[in-house]
Design a binder for this molecule. Structure first.
Ligand SMILES: C[S@@+](CC[C@H](N)C(=O)[O-])C[C@H]1O[C@@H](n2cnc3c(N)ncnc32)[C@H](O)[C@@H]1O
Length: 228
């Protein structure tokens, strides 16, 4: 699932993964259960492979600083333009950094447009939290190993990730999204991260498009990963 695959999907408008509604896990863990409002300005949430997710706007409007990363220029521009957010573009050697005018959202939103695998620790300066919805599961198994290695490299001790995965019989459907099992997560992450399983549910009945693609089971699980 190289970048070209995704750039083409954005060009063709094939973005069935995009959700117009706020993600309920995010609302729960960063809303009611999140830090008190006055402490959120000190928290910076990194959203890897962010697409044009409305969750970034919600995070900013709810007091968090937001740093996204996305390879598609179409996606990044669509995010700022859909929400009427003014932005400036700072050109860097490997990335185009889109920066919102902070006064428009309660906190700032920056999206680094370019390849996730080119990010270095310095790019994540100030990041305390990571929100991964449809990012890890967007990648086939070999690329998930590279994703894991990059996450190890990028994260300082104590950084927390809210990770949302899907698990289904992989032989019933070719991804994306790909199935990520608890076993895989434990195998890859348990040495470097503390893994807490937060919530999980069977969502097949709510997902007719995956039923049509032949799935007989589909579980969604939210985890908290803490870098050790
Ligand atoms: C399944 S979508 C999920 C988007 C978003 N997380 C959401 O919840 O809507 C995966 C996104 O990752 C982006 N992407 C894929 N590979 C990437 C890479 N190597 N670097 C940066 N972005 C990438 C794609 O363009 C796409 O927007």
């Amino acid at each position: 699932m190289q970048q070209d695959f995704w750039l083409e999907r954005w060009q063709k408008g094939e973005t069935g993964f995009h959700q117009e509604q706020l993600n309920p896990y995010l609302a729960h863990f960063y809303g009611d259960k999140g830090a008190p409002l006055e402490k959120r300005q000190a928290l910076k949430v990194f959203v890897p492979l962010c697409g044009k997710s409305v969750d970034m706007l919600w995070l900013a409007q709810n007091g968090y600083q937001v740093l996204g990363n996305e390879c598609s220029e179409i996606a990044v521009k669509a995010f700022f333009e859909t929400h009427d957010l003014e932005y400036q573009i700072i050109k860097e050697p490997l990335f185009n950094r889109y920066v919102s005018a902070a006064k428009q959202a309660q906190a700032s939103i920056e999206i680094v447009q370019g390849d996730f695998f080119d990010l270095v620790t310095d790019d994540l300066k100030g990041v305390t939290d990571i929100y991964d919805r449809a990012s890890m599961i967007a990648l086939p198994d070999a690329m998930r190993i590279d994703y894991f290695k990059k996450m190890v490299e990028l994260q300082a001790e104590g950084m927390r990730t809210l990770l949302i995965t899907l698990t289904y019989p992989q032989q019933e459907m070719s991804g994306p999204p790909f199935s990520v099992t608890e076993e895989e997560l434990n195998k890859l992450y348990s040495e470097k991260f503390k893994i807490d399983k937060l919530l999980g549910k069977d969502i097949l009945a709510d997902e007719p498009r995956f039923q049509q693609r032949g799935l007989s089971a589909l579980y969604e699980t939210a985890y908290k990963l803490t870098r050790q």
